[in-house]
Unconditional design. Structure first.
Lengths: 412, 309
């Protein structure tokens, strides 16, 4: 029985080690956080940024952080006055590890540090639980990338996002699959995260509404690399299109394994894998697959070319996805502070609701829930190893009329 | 039917990977009664170093056919992981050889975390794509598909197991290993250099780990610094399932676990009417672990050993 006893102990110790690991990691980040340090003398306004900076989507988190960093360094260089006083901004960046539990710890740390506002989080699964803490503390939060509808449906006055939500995105993808791809049968896989599941649900609704038959619904996790079993099940149901709700770290190997099994169906999905990383991970198999991105195509974004140049010069790397969105979010948050003449969350929150900002990603206005008004969704396809925009689908809310209407609906 | 055969093949391939890694766990356990939790990280290191070596080689204009390039990568990564295995044993386990058995278990976990973080420092946290170098033409097998690479993985697991069995049974080193595993002090009185034997066990186990890592990387097309944790845990489960300390048991356990997981994930949804979906794939490994520990603590092929003081 010795073995049994030690194995059990081993499992228990391992479980402890796993917990330990999650708590340890943020420490170095916290230490290295005051990146955009401000010189003494001026009043310092702290802006929190949270995203996974470790783990398998750390490349996206880092990209978000770079967007905020760029905005803050520019603002500090320009010299901003709020209420007649010169101020400097400081970013406090924290690692939420794409983990809901860690995210709430991070949120509490921001609340304790009395940040003026938070840009983040990256994932819906981390944004939603942390939004409660920000709401209780009255700290405005702008997510650049959380697309789960639930985020702004909780009635929190502090919750905003600068990206179209999954009702728009899933709906657009469902319509695209039915109309453009002429799919008759689809299979749906999601990674059981708030984002993946939410997007897949919206896709399913839209596809069914268009008369497309959903022949299979399978699940995986955001840590998995083996999808052979679920793909084999799906193969037997012969779908034309396979929808994946999740991130690139899974979508890449999933696409490879799909080809290995000889499944000819096209892969389609959301912004989670409309990344360069996906093409690297899926290799040649990425060719011809589809994924969407809320917002206009990059080349149609009014300030993208300029932003891209600045970003590359500063960080010497390519933009992954959301950096332009975190950049805009940071800038429009500061604009609201300027208009209110105060960085006190209670004072500038009403101004944030009235935002009418011309950003790198396009015009940004918020509706009464905190969602962006007139968010569009663009579907991309991998052609010759590069994402190319193939269609821009306007969500119901994004009809030109709605966007042009005086959409000044203050949040309070 | 072809779907079921495909699920079996999927399970066989995953199981062979588990088996390759489980061999490393079981060798060390057989000799030291120590669960070397750092083995999963050795597997990861093998994969990551091979990727780097291959990309440096092909970047510097070496023009070799794909499989040879992978072999060249392995020639770089195997010595490094061997050295790593040797060092780990020397630094983290040997000083604790007389300590209570929980102590080396804890250093094992410590080493595993250190290796993981070192890998993050070297390679960053992004998943690295594994270059597409090994042949993967697919073959039709009774309506199911199997690729060259998958056949290679299955064959490799069996060949490695066979090689190890021959080594343990027929060579001088193997005889010394068996002696050390039976009784260290008596073995050393008989002139066996136990430190050498234990070091060699780690060195051989780590070399196998590197090969397994490359197979994992090639099969899934990617590798990342945290990959060792889950796959190591599964392989450990496989080793316990087969009877830890027993080489054939590790392979049998690995194959069985792979097939249970694959078939389970494929049919769990329909059987439970959608209550439990296919994302519960991973719980099979651990359910199996618990059941084995409860009903047959020494594993399927393990011998019942009397409680040792």
């Amino acid at each position: 029985m010795t073995l049994a006893r030690y194995s059990l102990i081993a499992t228990a110790v391992l479980a402890l080690a796993a917990c330990g690991k999650q708590e340890e990691a943020p420490a170095p980040d916290a230490a290295g956080a005051p990146a955009a340090a401000a010189p003494a003398g001026d009043e310092v306004i702290k802006i929190g940024h949270a995203a996974p900076l470790t783990g398998n989507i750390a490349h996206l988190g880092k990209d978000n952080e770079n967007g905020v960093r760029l905005a803050i360094e520019e603002l500090n260089a320009e010299g901003v006055e709020i209420g007649g006083k010169k101020v400097k901004f400081e970013m406090i960046s924290e690692d939420d590890q794409a983990d809901p539990k860690t995210a709430t710890t991070v949120a509490q740390r921001f609340v304790d540090a009395k940040v003026a506002g938070v840009i983040g989080h990256l994932n819906s699964g981390t944004t939603i639980p942390s939004s409660k803490l920000y709401s209780d503390a009255g700290i405005p939060q702008i997510s650049p990338s959380a697309t789960n509808p639930q985020y702004t449906l909780q009635g929190f006055k502090t919750a905003y996002r600068v990206i179209a939500n999954d009702v728009a995105q899933g709906g657009a993808l469902g319509e695209f699959a039915a109309t453009n791809l002429k799919a008759k049968k689809v299979a749906i896989i999601d990674d059981r995260t708030a984002y993946g599941q939410g997007l897949a649900d919206e896709f399913e609704k839209a596809a069914k509404a268009k008369g497309v038959e959903v022949v299979g619904r399978e699940f995986t996790t955001n840590q998995a690399t083996d999808f052979m079993a679920i793909l084999t099940t799906i193969k037997g149901k012969k779908p034309d299109v396979i929808f994946y709700g999740g991130m690139d770290a899974q979508a890449g190997p999933l696409t490879q394994q799909l080809k290995k099994l000889g499944i000819a169906a096209k892969v389609i999905g959301g912004d989670g894998f409309q990344t360069g990383e996906y093409i690297k991970l899926a290799g040649d198999n990425a060719e011809g697959q589809f994924a969407s991105q809320p917002g206009m195509p990059k080349d149609k974004m009014p300030g993208f070319a300029d932003f891209d140049k600045k970003y590359k010069a500063k960080f010497n790397t390519d933009i992954q996805i959301y950096a332009p969105f975190t950049y805009d979010a940071t800038r429009l948050m500061v604009e609201a502070m300027k208009r209110a003449g105060s960085a006190d969350p209670a004072k500038y929150l009403p101004e944030l609701a009235k935002t009418d900002y011309q950003g790198v990603t396009g015009p940004i206005k918020f509706d009464e829930k905190g969602d962006i008004v007139g968010g569009q969704v663009t579907v991309y396809q991998v052609k010759a190893g590069k994402w190319e925009a193939v269609a821009t689908v306007g969500s119901p809310a994004a009809a030109p009329a709605a966007a042009a209407a005086p959409a000044e609906q203050p949040k309070q | 039917m072809d779907i079921f055969i495909q699920q079996l093949i999927n399970g066989l391939v995953v199981g062979s990977i588990y088996a390759l890694i489980a061999l490393g766990y079981t060798m060390v356990y057989g000799i030291l009664q120590l669960i070397n939790f750092a083995h999963g990280e050795i597997v990861m290191m093998g994969a990551m170093i091979t990727i780097s070596a291959v990309s440096i080689l092909s970047g510097s204009g070496v023009n070799l056919p794909g499989p040879l390039l992978v072999v060249a990568g392995l020639l770089v990564s195997i010595p490094i992981t061997m050295l790593l295995g040797f060092t780990i044993e020397r630094v983290a386990y040997r000083p604790l050889r007389k300590a209570p058995r929980l102590a080396p278990l804890i250093t094992a976990i410590g080493i595993s975390i250190v290796l993981q973080q070192v890998a993050v420092l070297i390679w960053k946290n992004n998943p690295r794509s594994f270059p597409d170098l090994l042949p993967h033409a697919s073959h039709d097998f009774m309506g199911a598909v199997i690729t060259d690479l998958q056949i290679l993985i299955v064959v490799l697991a069996l060949v490695v197991m066979g090689g190890l069995l021959i080594m343990v049974e027929k060579t001088k080193l193997g005889r010394a290993m068996r002696a050390v595993s039976m009784n260290q002090s008596v073995a050393s009185l008989m002139g066996v250099n136990i430190n050498y034997v234990i070091s060699m066990t780690f060195v051989i186990g780590s070399a196998l780990g590197a090969v397994a890592g490359v197979m994992v990387g090639a099969n899934y097309g990617l590798a990342y610094p945290t990959m060792g944790f889950m796959i190591g845990l599964k392989a450990f489960t496989a080793a316990v399932l087969g009877g830890i300390g027993n080489l054939a048991g590790a392979v049998a356990g690995g194959l069985l676990l792979g097939i249970i997981e694959s078939v389970g994930a494929g049919y769990l949804g329909p059987i439970t009417g959608g209550v439990l979906g296919s994302h519960y794939q991973d719980i099979f490994a651990f359910m199996v672990l618990i059941l084995v520990l409860v009903f047959r603590p020494s594993g399927l092929l393990g011998e019942r050993v009397a409680e040792r003081a």
